[in-house]
Design a protein around this ligand. Structure first.
Ligand SMILES: Cc1ncc(C[n+]2csc(CCOP(=O)(O)OP(=O)(O)O)c2C)c(N)n1
Ligand SMILES: [Mg+2]
Length: 366
């Protein structure tokens, strides 16, 4: 008998289903609360993420970074909290992924060099901002087509299940992507085959300039899960420790019972991309969000109020991460450009295909 995942046994023939239960994720937090040192580390990661992206924005205005560039500033608690719960699992994400890459363990140098298009970048300077990959840390990219990467998580999770790896695949996507057909198809199959996927919808209120209520009549995106019988939860993502706990709960459920859809409410502080001045926001919305729910400010306050951490310690973290981010910039700036002869390398598996025999796909061969 095959080891392949198979749909759960179901009664044959037509039958009337009872009304769906809420299918909420069990409310218990599976991890002990983060202690002072863990919280300091989560704070450090979020602060580094923000600083790296502030420098990326600066580099963009100096035309050191070209093409698309989507910043994650404001959403840091989602990637950092998720990494603290699923650091050893596989991740797949979309184009707003510098923060995810960093949280998953891709070095800041390799990220910045990729943004600068240099050969020392995570994708050898050939991917750019939207296509950061690092197999060594199970970071499976970096995709530009909205929603198209979501089904790939099923494939990765299927492989994990067949190889009995005890790992999940975490896939991140936006509120806009949750309206794409590929997303619905992925949910449907993941639940049918009980695949260990944690689907994370980062609801940052906008898809480009379109607010959520103008994209979808249903604004609790986690409820999409009910249509396929999947376990779900909607949560606010401002508190990195809360994200850590709920993603850990989702991971546990995904390994034991099958996939989970988490909708994590967050907010992006910059425009959709570097070319978007974000004039579509209601006046005061951005400032209000920063004041109420900036993940860095909230965590700094928690460290100070609940753990007695002094301002000098916070300042020390910022001095360190400023130096680390600047080092990433310097490294990128001083790195070589990719050799033009490598332009077609890694595009096709040309060497293995019959196409390679008569088509000069590789720059080295032509
Ligand atoms: C299939 C497809 N349609 C349209 C686009 C253009 N596009 C790029 S990002 C984006 C908005 C996606 O918003 P969301 O999923 O909420 O992610 P966010 O940018 O907010 O992180 C759109 C429409 C695209 N890249 N791919
Ligand atoms: Mg969005």
């Amino acid at each position: 008998m095959s080891d392949s995942p198979s749909p759960a046994d179901a009664p044959s023939g037509h039958h009337v289903e009872p009304p769906p239960a809420d299918r909420g994720l069990p409310p218990e937090n599976p991890l002990p609360d983060a202690d002072k040192d863990q919280l300091l580390e989560l704070y450090r990661q979020m602060a580094l993420m923000r600083r790296v992206e502030e420098l990326a924005a600066k580099a963009y205005t100096q035309r050191k970074i070209l093409g698309f560039c989507h910043l994650y500033i404001g959403q840091e608690s989602v990637a950092v909290g998720a990494a603290a719960a699923t650091g050893g699992d596989h991740w797949i994400t979309a184009y707003r992924e510098h923060g995810h890459a960093l949280a998953k363990g891709v070095p800041a140098r390799a990220i910045m060099a990729e943004l600068f298009g240099r050969e020392t970048g995570a994708s050898k300077g050939q991917g750019g901002s939207m296509h950061i990959f690092d197999k060594s840390v199970d970071f499976m990219g970096g995709y530009g087509i909205v929603g198209a990467h979501v089904p790939m998580a099923n494939g990765v999770a299927w492989a994990c299940k067949q190889k009995k790896l005890d790992k999940v695949c975490v896939v991140f996507f936006g509120d806009g992507a949750a309206n794409q057909g590929a997303f619905f198809e992925a949910l449907c199959l993941a639940e049918l085959y009980k695949l260990p996927v944690v689907f994370i919808c980062e609801n940052n209120w906008y898809a480009m300039g379109t607010p959520l209520h103008r994209q979808s009549a249903l604004t609790d995106m986690s409820l999409r899960a009910r249509g396929v019988g999947m376990t779900r939860e909607q949560l606010e993502g401002w508190d990195v420790e809360h994200v850590r706990q709920r993603v850990a709960a989702a991971r546990k459920h995904a390994l034991e019972h099958g996939p989970v859809l988490l909708e994590i409410i967050t907010y992006r502080y910059r425009g959709h991309s570097m070319s978007d001045p974000a004039k579509y926001r209601p006046q005061g919305e951005l400032d209000g969000q920063k004041e109420r729910s900036d993940p860095l400010l909230l965590t700094a306050a928690k460290l100070q109020d609940q753990h007695g951490v002094g301002q000098d310690v916070i300042d020390g973290i910022h001095a360190d991460i400023d130096a680390e981010a600047q080092d990433a910039w310097d490294f990128a700036d001083q790195s070589a450009w990719p050799d033009p002869a490598t332009l077609y390398d890694f595009v096709y598996g040309a060497q293995e295909t019959s196409l390679a025999a008569d088509t000069p796909l590789s720059g080295k061969e032509s």
